[in-house]
Ligand binder design. Structure first.
Ligand code: MGD
Ligand code: MGD
Ligand code: SF4
Ligand code: MO
Length: 686
């Protein structure tokens, strides 16, 4: 062995990107430098593989454009011109501005804005919530991702729980419903493949022929947003043909009679006209779903980005109840495991909600553009602190967001690893650590392991992690509450100290020893094999009386058929392989790997507009326009176009966000965003 390798240390960590896979990794460190990063071969879900993005994570950590020092704006907002300043000067400026502002306008005019750019337990939410809660800042409804699905499921099940995704090995029919597993959740694929080796079949329901749809046994190219009607027609067929599980329905559900009455009108013929599928496809799908055991429905996020998002999930959750699919290991519904993991953790201890100022207003992240345009008498936001998010790309109606960020009287601070589109508008930019540089535990929303991330290297340059930023801000604001200064280790110990049986034996020490641990539950755990739904009656609600605590805004039975404005094409903007939302789009060579902004279009839609493959086109609606290259593609259906979301470059080399075109549609639950209900005109670029 060489002298160098004698000093090689191997540090266990875990990816904290906003991704269901939460991969375990190992970092090889030599003389304080990370020299290699690879997926943990022992981890049953990671299986030694990192994805197209994170297998290049060291490029990100050591990227020449990574932020190293605090910066102050010298040019106009958005121009990206900055000078270096010290941390002390930056913190003093923030404290000074905030103090004056609180005195003159009140603390609610400060809006901390964050998402799940780091989804680690304490780097996502801990000291920030304590500090801003105590200060009485505006609260942010962080519900652009996951909550709509959760609320929709709650309307039926009383909770969002589903089966352990690893149990898909036992499934014999896997329906990937509005999820692009191979791109967004790639570590589930080997589990699916194992099921297929034992005779399992995979059906993808997606308006786009994604990579996943191409790799499946069958693709059902439903019209966007019409899935509820497909689900109702499936129930119509299942009930009509006597394929229900009467015993399960009787024991564990309520409202079946009303549901049966209701679905009678949803004939396969009606569903065919609405969804664009054929009657034969719908009949065969319903029968296969009801007769193959175990059958699992696997949705992720695609369905919830529609104005009827919650209803789609609520209706989906009725299917495994009427067929009794929950009885079988590998059957039922498998969605985010996030809420399940968090139910075991001591989040109240971590966030200390009892110390927050009461009655502070809550603002929905989806509405950032509008929020930044509130009038003074409506409590105009005057300071914005952005971390864990890049809203100038990821929130809808981006032109409005960017116009808001341009306001001269808005004081914006951004904490990030790169000079993102949002950071370019900031007055102060603060450098953030990468996942190799801080301590955390990462609960997963794609499996049942809880994983520890140990720092492998010292922070790059003067970067600090989120928790350290909030300790520094507390000090700059002159706070003397000791719990605003707890160390990362103390915070993690608090979170693990819940007394919950699923955390038995899971301590910081045992995590340090093993790296990751499976939540404690019986290996053959099944959430609803014998009922036990989280509703007041313990039964699944197939018919929800108005005003039931969850999904209160939803009508008692699913039903409405979404209407599409005539003449326009529906733009679906799902995730892309080389970026993680907008992350990695600020780095070469990732940008190059992702390619140019391309819009996929059906050949008849292209012909109607006299467009050819390779033409430059303009996509346009009342919110703005985006330039893209036209790709005439067999992967999209008539009336639908698709552009991957996340900061791609157009022909002129500008970073363009498709969210210029997406509206701030709320969903039927109220929160979330109907991103995919986006209708545009497309024409040749003159
Ligand atoms: N490589 C990569 N991985 C990621 C991410 C990334 O940006 N890049 N992002 C991460 C994040 S934040 C999330 S939330 C997850 C999301 O993971 P997914 O939910 O799998 O991803 P999406 O692309 O949001 O949507 C999935 C699919 O829904 C389809 N869809 C849209 N509308 C409808 C509809 O009306 N009906 C049906 N049946 N399908 C519809 C879209 O065409 C898309 O293929 O992925 C995570 N993983
Ligand atoms: N059109 C369209 N829009 C969408 C979606 C879509 O499918 N289509 N998907 C939506 C979904 S599901 C989601 S989740 C959102 C995602 O929206 P965002 O959360 O805004 O996603 P990112 O673009 O990944 O931004 C995360 C930022 O956090 C930074 N970051 C990472 N780690 C840290 C850290 O430790 N500290 C700090 N301070 N910063 C850190 C990253 O560098 C990055 O700039 O986008 C939504 N927007
Ligand atoms: S982004 Fe997702 S798939 Fe990639 S390494 Fe992280 S957790 Fe794994
Ligand atoms: Mo997301």
């Amino acid at each position: 062995m060489s002298g160098n390798s004698d000093q090689l240390q191997i540090i266990h960590g875990v990816c904290a990107h906003d991704c269901p896979d939460t991969c375990s990794w190992k970092a090889e460190v030599s003389n304080g430098q990370a020299v290699r990063l690879y997926g943990d071969p022992q981890h049953p879900f990671t299986r030694g593989v990192l994805c197209a993005k994170v297998s290049h994570y060291l490029e990100r950590v050591y990227h020449p454009e990574r932020l190293q020092v605090p910066l102050r704006r010298t040019g106009r907002k958005g121009a990206g011109q900055f000078e270096e300043i010290s941390w002390d000067a930056a913190l003093a400026e923030i404290a000074n501005r905030w103090r004056k502002q609180i005195e003159e306008f009140g603390a609610e005019t400060i809006l901390p804005f964050s998402s799940a750019g780091n989804q680690g337990l304490i780097q996502h939410s801990s000291l920030d919530m304590r500090l801003f809660g105590l200060m009485g800042c505006s609260r942010l409804e962080r519900n652009i991702c996951g909550n709509v699905a959760h609320e929709g499921l709650c309307a039926t099940q009383g909770c969002g729980t589903g089966i352990n995704p690893e149990d898909l090995v036992h499934s014999r029919l896997i329906v990937l419903w509005g999820t692009n597993t191979l791109v967004t959740n790639s570590h589930l694929w080997p589990v699916i493949q194992e099921s297929r080796r034992h005779g399992g079949r995979v059906i993808v329901v997606d308006p786009i022929r994604t990579r996943t749809a191409s790799a499946a046994d069958q693709h059902l190219a439903v019209r966007p947003g019409t899935d509820t009607v497909l689900m109702l027609a499936m129930m119509h067929i299942i009930i009509r043909d006597g394929l229900t599980d009467e015993d399960y329905i009787q024991r564990y559900s309520e409202g079946f009679a009303e549901l049966s009455d209701h679905v009678r009108q949803y004939t396969p013929e009606l569903a065919a006209t609405v969804t664009g599928l054929s009657v034969e496809q719908i009949e065969a799908f319903a029968r296969e779903y009801a007769t193959v055991r175990p059958a699992v429905l696997r949705p992720l996020i695609g369905l919830e980005h529609h104005p009827n998002g919650a209803m789609m999930f609520r209706t989906l959750a009725c299917l495994p109840v009427i067929t009794g699919a929950w009885r079988y290991r590998g059957g039922g519904l498998a969605r985010s495991t996030g809420a399940f993991q968090f139910s075991a953790l001591n989040t109240a201890g971590l966030l200390k909600p009892e110390t927050w100022q009461p009655d502070c207003r809550s603002l929905n992240m989806r509405d950032l553009g509008r929020i930044l345009h509130l009038e003074a008498d409506k409590g105009a936001v005057r300071s914005l602190l952005v971390y864990n998010s890049n809203p100038a790309v990821t929130m809808p109606n981006q032109n409005l967001v960017r116009r808001g960020l341009q306001r001269e009287d808005l004081f914006t601070v951004v904490h990030d690893l790169f000079l993102t589109e949002t950071a370019r508008f900031a007055d102060l930019v603060l450098p953030a650590t990468s996942q190799l540089e801080h301590l955390d535990i990462v609960p997963s929303w794609g499996h049942h392991y809880l994983s520890l991330n140990r720092p492998a290297i010292a922070p790059c340059g003067q970067s600090v992690c989120n928790t350290e930023l909030f300790r520094r801000l507390a000090a700059a604001m002159g706070r003397d509450e000791t719990w605003l200064y707890e160390s990362d280790e103390q915070l993690l110990r608090t979170a693990l100290d819940s007394g919950h049986p699923m955390l038995e034996g899971i301590t910081l020490e045992s995590l340090l020893e093993h790296g990751y641990l499976h939540l404690n539950h019986a290996p053959d755990w099944m959430p609803f094999a014998a009922g036990g739904f989280a509703t007041p009656s313990g039964r699944a609600r197939l018919f929800a009386s108005a005003g039931s605590e969850s999904g209160a805004a939803l009508p008692p039975v699913p039903g409405e058929i979404p209407v599409r404005p005539p003449g326009r094409l529906q733009l679906v903007t799902g995730k892309t392989l080389h970026f993680l939302n907008s992350s990695y789009s600020h780095q070469e060579p990732h940008r190059r790997r992702a390619g140019q902004l391309t819009v996929q279009m059906h050949e008849e839609d292209a012909a109607e507009r006299e467009l050819q493959h390779g033409d430059s086109v303009i996509l346009q609606n009342e919110q703005g326009s985006v330039r893209a290259i036209c790709s005439v593609s067999p992967h999209v259906q008539r009336g639908v176009i698709s552009i991957p979301f996340g900061g791609l470059l157009d022909a002129s080399g500008e970073s363009v966000g498709v969210n210029i075109l997406t509206p701030e549609w709320p969903t039927d639950w109220g929160g979330g965003s109907g991103f995919y209900a986006c209708f545009v005109e497309v024409s040749a670029e003159k």
